[in-house]
Write a protein that binds this ligand. Sequence first.
Ligand SMILES: Cc1ncc(COP(=O)(O)O)c(C=O)c1O
Length: 368
Amino acid sequence: MASSEPSGQRPSGSSGYLFRGNELSMSTIDLRSDTVTLPTADMLRAMTSAPLGDDVFGEDPTVLRLEETAADRMGKEAALFVASGTMGNLLGLLVNAHPGQEVIAEADSHVFLNEAAGAAMVGGIQVRQVPTERGVLSPAQILAALRPTDDDHQPPSAAVIIENTHNWHGGVAWSEQDLRHLSETARSNGLAVHLDGARIFNASVATGAEVRAIARYADTVSFCLSKGLCCPVGSILCGPAGKIRQARRWRKMLGGGMRQAGVLAAAGLVALETMVGRLADDHENARSLAEGLAEMPGIDCDLSRVQTNIVYFRLTNMDATGFLTACSGDGLLGGEYGPDLVRFVTHHGISPADIRQSLGICRKALRS
Ligand SMILES: Cc1ncc(COP(=O)(O)O)c(C=O)c1O
């Protein structure tokens, strides 16, 4: 299969990743997640030549440049380079809600399902879960979830979380109209809005809206450099200067103050310059993969949800464990998300030829 960079010889018979100098190779078609992406050669070069300083002293010029660039891209006053999307979301909640308050989140949101209850543990913040059809919260749902201010029994509502694209609902991108309506309702009821934009660039590429046109509907936004944008590490939290200053203090408390972090931020700058436009290729590959899967007997795939780089599908005649075990025997990896639910994610390094090969492997696995 194609690797993310010209990598010379592909090791045969090995599994996982090999890292030899600047040669990066994958020996399997790994569709478990876009988090498996490897840094590009341009990133590795930038990382070895970036000017560095102590970022806890606010003196790493590369981190400062990345934060300025990110804030500008998102149309926000300030930004903070953080270790992960999970940390970006946690800091986003900590600066928008106080202990004893509640934030409203979609029931299958990453913040609620997959972030180790950080808001509750670290912030004393309760997450209210609101189920939706496609990950998109409506104004009516916000109004219904809003707590009365004059009832001592109930926790005050502080904020709403938007996830765009929505991972568990299939990488669905919010429309501009849905974002606007939700944000207007939240703000007019005194709620802050935090956007989990781990894949905001996928949302932007899918809808044609600039990232700042998406981010304007939120007070704070976190996005990942380490997924489809291929950085080895890192996410960014953007927002008003005062909130980012508070987030910086929380980051220190959580042990996330990194010193010569410019070595990582350098990859982030390359990602923002070079890796956004190509996400359209991942979306096209996901679409071909989903269309091929949807034609196979034994697979139920809702094509209307395949808008970006994520493909979920249900197996109607076998379980996900058996299917994925058969696939991995032929060199294709995917994620198991329920007894009959499988997820494939396309990313840099996955070519149309890999998609064709993956479909062949899936067809064979269904017969196993
Ligand atoms: C929607 C969403 N938000 C946040 C995260 C957390 O990112 P990280 O793995 O960098 O902590 C993820 C990770 O997959 C995600 O899918």
